[in-house]
Design a protein around this ligand. Structure first.
Ligand code: ADP
Length: 448
């Protein structure tokens, strides 16, 4: 039984989890840094505990402070959200050892999938297609060259412990690989504490299509369809949608079955996402994220499910609420990530929000912890709101997105709203003719 949930996170996801708890009649505990005293998640929670200074290392990443906050307040479960400690197996282990329920997968599953080179191997053993590449991390630059000659250039060097779009190098020939190898290793060591890098064939115009999975502690795993996340900047997602414009019922079934097979192989419990790259009719496993994703609302809108409530129920030992039998996505949904950043250079732009007006009306949802006069601290992620729109089909969804983006007012800081407004007017975007290279070819001017 879970009766009081501590949310080990901040921002929109902390608020999102609090809302789910409220609907379930569960008490909530917010934790916050000194910089987040005025944050909305603190105001919405039943109780709150300051866990340290602004720097995440000393607050949102401090395992001992978070466990102490849970003990002081008598919380019996911890939801990690995404980012921070969400995919730290050590944290999940300690939560369990303290007789608290971790609302997420087991430490073992997190550990196995957290190493991207190992996850590739696990996927391969489960019979899930992977891109040609190295078997595990490469041992030397000679090894890297050997593998690349066999699979053919271009290749991509990836940090085994990488994430968040960081720790990747594209190499189009041997000379580039020679010079990138050591730099990639030392960058990986510095950013993630592990120098290991592995090699994958680099696809020139793939689509990023991921499958939302859910497992329960009774051995059942389901696929909740796909999200396409091909609109990215610097390998980070900007717009996500479900269903994908190109996924047929047959392809959805094939991808879903591959994702389920992989989860069953690692006895996966709770929410997870299997990311694939898709090109020329084939899909390839890229990585698994063992947490709730930023873009989970898109799936919620087309499945009529509340994924966060489902996470809590499953963590409490209940079976999945997904009905047995055929599963269909209903309508279409898109999410636009609204970051406090310069829409042209992508430089973060924290500061005070002087005016804030959210759009509403049919099919519009905004997940945010921002408000008028809120001061966005410079210490954390630049995501300040997610605009989620739903329609009966892709066309209606884009029309709703257009009017919602037009009436979304955020003043005082620069945001990605103007960029989103430009993207949804692009003929290729409207046709659904997109790939992860979309933004490279996208030319637009910021209207003043
Ligand atoms: P992270 O864990 O940092 O998010 P991913 O492995 O999920 O990294 O990759 C992020 C993005 O990088 C993908 O969505 C895609 O745009 C690009 N990418 C990754 N691997 C490849 C590849 N083999 N070929 C082409 N693009 C890739």
């Amino acid at each position: 039984m879970i009766s009081k949930v501590l949310i080990a996170n901040r921002g929109e996801i902390a608020l999102r989890i609090i809302l789910a708890c409220k609907e379930m009649g569960l008490a909530t505990v917010a934790v916050h840094s000194e910089a987040d005293r005025d944050a909305l998640h603190v105001r919405y929670a039943d109780e709150d505990v300051c866990i340290g200074p602004a720097l995440a290392k000393q607050s949102y990443l401090s395992i001992s402070s978070i466990i102490a906050a849970a003990e002081i307040t008598g919380a019996d479960a911890i939801h990690p959200g995404y980012g921070f400690l969400a995919e730290n197996p050590h944290f999940a282990e300690i939560v369990g050892e303290c007789q608290l329920t971790f609302i997420g997968p087991t430490p073992n599953a997190i550990r196995l999938m957290g190493d991207k080179a190992k996850a590739r191997e696990t996927a391969k053993n489960a019979g899930v297609p992977i891109l040609p590449g190295s078997d595990g991390p490469v041992r030397s630059v000679e090894d890297a060259i050997d593998v690349s000659r066999t699979i053919g250039f271009p290749v991509i060097l990836k940090a085994s412990a990488g994430g968040g779009g960081r720790g990747m190098r594209i190499c189009s020939d041997e000379a580039m690989l020679q010079s990138a190898y050591e730099t990639a290793r030392s960058e990986a060591e510095r950013a993630f504490g592990v120098a290991d890098v592995y090699i994958e064939k680099y696809l020139e115009h793939p689509r990023h299509i991921e499958i939302q999975v859910f497992g329960d502690s009774h051995g059942r795993v389901v696929s909740l369809g796909e999200r396409e996340c091909s609109i990215q900047r610097r390998h980070q997602k900007l717009i996500e949608e479900s269903p994908s414009a190109i996924v047929t019922e047959a392809l959805r079934k094939r991808m879903g079955e591959a994702a389920i097979k992989l989860c069953q192989n690692v006895s996966y419990v709770n929410a997870g996402t299997i990311e694939f790259l898709y090109q020329d009719g084939e899909f390839y496993f890229m990585e698994m994220n063992t947490r709730i994703q930023v873009e989970h609302p898109v799936t919620e809108e087309v499945t009529c499910m509340d994924l966060v409530k489902e996470q809590i129920r499953v963590a409490a030992g209940e079976p999945l609420s997904v009905p047995f039998g055929d599963f269909h996505l209903r309508g279409h949904a898109m999410e636009f990530r609204i970051n406090a950043e310069d829409p042209v250079t992508f430089a973060p732009n924290p500061g005070k929000i002087r005016e804030f007006h959210m759009p509403g009306g049919p099919g519009v949802r905004v997940d945010t912890a921002a408000y008028r006069d809120y001061v966005i601290p410079p210490y954390y992620d630049s995501l300040i709101a997610k605009l989620i729109v739903r329609g009966k089909d892709r066309q209606e969804t884009i029309a709703r997105a257009r009017r919602a983006l037009d009436s979304f007012v955020i003043e005082g800081v620069k945001t990605s709203i103007p960029l989103h407004r430009a993207i949804i007017e692009d003929a290729r975007f409207i046709r659904g003719d997109i790939s992860t290279r979309f933004m490279e070819d996208f030319a637009w001017r910021l209207e003043s």
